[in-house]
Design a protein around this ligand. Structure first.
Ligand code: APR
Length: 164
């Protein structure tokens, strides 16, 4: 488990995780970047999935991306922390990892789910990400990369990883 600074669409891993919305039909942020890099075949496959619930995850091909697969997950919108946000965010990480194992994948990269447009405070989100993934990796070996898009986020993730 490690954190890096970079653009998740450039990573050569088995799967990159997309912080999608419930329609799965694309959006801004990392969702927009992934769809732009993957090309139009990605949204064509996503259409067949008929959306995704918050906290759930679905898998598609990676198309023009270096990654073989995209695991789309829908994070919770931050609402002050009293609407099961922490539980739903943890579920995004857990369900994405479960899909990776179901597809015999060996490496997966996550963006900082929900911390952009969905407004989740980065420190709390990073703590949930690192602890949820850390618990999962105790029973299943997978290479997990937290791909941060800013130096500030990277520092937060590195501080959380140092506690593991
Ligand atoms: N690589 C890695 N991380 C990225 C990239 C990228 N190319 N682009 C953005 N990010 C980071 C953001 O800086 C943020 O730290 O991904 C994190 C998640 O931010 P968002 O993409 O805004 O995702 P989220 O907060 O989960 O909101 C999801 O935004 O794009 C829409 O359709 C999406 O409605 C959904 C909502």
């Amino acid at each position: 488990m490690k954190a890096i600074l970079g653009d998740i669409t450039t990573l050569s891993v088995d799967a990159i995780v997309n912080a999608a919305n419930s329609s799965l039909l694309g959006g801004g942020g990392v969702d927009g970047a992934i769809h732009r890099a993957a090309g139009p075949d990605l949204v064509h496959e996503c259409r067949l999935l008929h959306g995704c619930k918050t906290g759930e995850a679905k898998i598609t091909g990676g198309y023009r991306l270096r990654a073989k697969f995209v695991i789309h997950t829908v994070g919770p919108v931050w609402n002050g922390g009293h609407k099961r946000e922490a539980e739903l965010l943890a579920s995004c990480y857990r369900r994405s990892l479960e899909l990776a194992v179901e597809h015999s994948l060996e490496s997966i990269a996550f963006p900082a789910i929900s911390t952009g447009i969905y407004g989740y405070p980065v420190a709390e989100a990073a703590s949930i990400a690192v602890s949820t993934v850390g618990d999962f990796l105790k029973v299943r070996p997978l290479e997990v990369i937290f791909c941060c898009f800013s130096g500030k986020d990277l520092a937060v993730y590195q501080a959380e990883l140092a506690k593991e």
